[in-house]
Design a protein around this ligand. Structure first.
Ligand SMILES: *Cc1c(COP(=O)(O)O)cnc(C)c1O
Length: 500
């Protein structure tokens, strides 16, 4: 960093840095970014951010614009997701909050449910650990929530297609329904795009008086336009909260999600308020204090411009592209699409119905696809508590812009598969085998190990995006005990931002 640089130099430096990033537009990155393919929407969002840039969302009584925009987004998402003003379930109104993203929405859903459980059981945090029951495919944000808020995470194995069986959740509840603070299901799940049986799970949970959160972070703005789905949103009795990200299929820049709750009382548990300090009275509906009005304004502007019809058109484009892409990948010998994905995303695994020499390893394939300029996301295999293994997969998130690049993308996917058909995934190196007994690593040992794995944090990003081939890294992640792998990756990210 050079100080006292001219504005032109500052902006030029930013432009240079951005050149090395993965492209955020044009459909070459099939995760992380959600490109509507409509540049005017990005321009509108930028103008809205600029208009709200100096506003502090901390206090909507001082900055009334924040409250007005938030009301509109809650009204819009509530209507789209079946939450009536008076509520179908016992007449409770659906109320909501704009948060900074899916993770924050999920954290707050859990925090509110935990506090309701503690109050109902006359317990205080730390003395009791209520359970959070969810399929093993539930987003990692719920693992984070259980960790932060002191809940016991009770993960239920899913079926091979990635959806949980309602019976399996019912069993967990039948055991000890009293200690369950929240059941979570996904619409759909991130790893495999599986739509969990929301209505069946909600019916069982409601019978035990247990609240149910639907994590529609990725699906919430797209599934309302998907044909032939069973009810999965706030129309379902027994669903008590729902999260939906506007910075995914709402096409807003990052930093906006909505958490809806059925019932004011239930939602108020999400807030933190204190008058017990010498400063201003603090009332925070979300985790942060001061926050920018920018992302809220951008999401509001895009949602206002699109309306339900515009969103529906974009969802339809994403749906057609998803159908075509899925069919094309399904025709590649040696690969298979996992389960019956719902929404604009899916996962691909090795097809073990063909002989080993004809199979395509999904991670080796993703690396071969990357050399052709397309970024797919590798996901590790996962051994469930019942001993079954969910295979390692490659994830594809499809956006409206994908429709325009299918002519280039599909041939690249096919050519990459032809190149690596029969090539096994790399084994984890013998070095990693020696680590199997380790349960902890210190910072320097972790950094040494990363270097021997070819991952030198001080070099990452210099030659373009990514840390290099994903297949060996994911193989190592699978082979190592989870705490060791987690520590290694933490070290990688920690060293990445240490001044060089
Ligand atoms: C993206 C996602 C989240 C977390 O959202 P962030 O915006 O990345 O914090 C949670 N659940 C699901 C299903 C998601 O796809």
């Amino acid at each position: 960093m050079r100080f006292a640089a001219s504005p032109d130099d500052v902006l030029a430096r930013l432009a240079t840095l951005r050149e090395h990033d993965a492209p955020t537009h044009g459909g070459h990155v099939l995760s992380y970014v959600y490109d509507s393919g409509e540049p005017e929407l990005d321009e509108l969002a930028a103008a809205a951010i600029r208009a709200m840039q100096p506003v502090n969302g901390l206090d909507p009584t001082t900055f009334g614009s924040v409250a007005a925009l938030e009301r509109d987004l809650v009204a819009f998402t509530r209507e789209l997701l079946g939450g009536e003003v008076d509520g179908a379930d016992g007449g409770e109104p659906v109320v909501g909050t704009v948060t900074s993203g899916g993770t924050e929405s999920c954290l707050l859903a859990v925090k509110a449910a935990r506090d309701a459980w503690l109050a109902a059981h006359g317990a205080v945090p730390g003395t009791a650990r209520p359970r959070l029951v969810a399929p093993v495919t539930v987003h990692a944000a719920f693992q984070k929530a259980a960790h932060y808020f002191g809940l016991e995470l009770d993960l239920v194995p899913v079926r091979p297609g990635g959806a949980v069986a309602a019976d399996a959740v019912a069993e967990r509840l039948a055991d000890r329904p009293d200690d369950v603070a929240l059941v979570v299901v996904s619409a759909p799940s991130y790893p495999h795009a599986a739509l969990d049986p929301v209505a069946e799970v909600a019916a069982v949970a409601a019978a035990h008086g247990v609240p149910v959160h639907v994590d529609a972070c990725i699906g919430g703005m797209a599934l309302p336009f998907w044909p032939d789905l069973p009810d999965w949103d706030l129309r379902v009795p027994g669903v008590t909260s729902l999260s939906v990200d506007l910075h995914k299929y709402g096409y807003a820049p990052k930093g906006v999600s909505v958490l809806l709750h059925r019932g004011r009382e239930r939602q108020r548990g999400q807030y933190f308020a204190t008058t017990r300090w010498p400063g201003y009275p603090v009332v925070n509906p979300t985790l942060l204090g001061s926050r920018s009005g920018g992302p809220l304004a951008a999401a509001w502007a895009i949602t206002s411009a699109l309306g339900t019809d515009g969103l529906g058109d974009l969802a339809e484009r994403a749906r057609r592209a998803t159908d075509e892409l899925r069919a094309a990948v399904g025709r590649i010998e040696g690969l298979r699409v996992v389960g019956e994905p719902v929404g604009p995303l899916f996962a691909v695994a090795e097809d073990d119905a063909v002989p080993a020499a004809r199979r395509v390893d999904p991670h080796v394939w993703a690396d071969a696809v990357a050399t052709r300029g397309w970024v797919l996301q590798a996901q590790p295999a996962h051994r469930q508590a019942d001993g079954t293994v969910l295979p390692h997969t490659t994830h594809l998130t499809v956006t409206p812009v994908t429709a325009r690049v299918l002519d280039e993308l599909v041939p690249a996917l096919v050519a990459a598969a032809d190149e690596v058909r029969g090539v096994p995934r790399p084994g984890s190196s013998p070095l990693l085998g020696g680590l199997a007994g380790l349960s902890t690593l210190d910072s320097d040992t972790a950094a040494d190990l990363l270097r021997t794995m070819g991952l030198d944090a001080s070099r990452i990003g210099d030659d373009g995006p990514g840390v290099g081939p994903m297949a060996p890294l994911l193989a190592a992640v699978e082979a190592l005990p989870a705490p060791v792998a987690e520590r290694l990756l933490t070290e990688l990210l920690g060293r990445l931002v240490e001044p060089r």
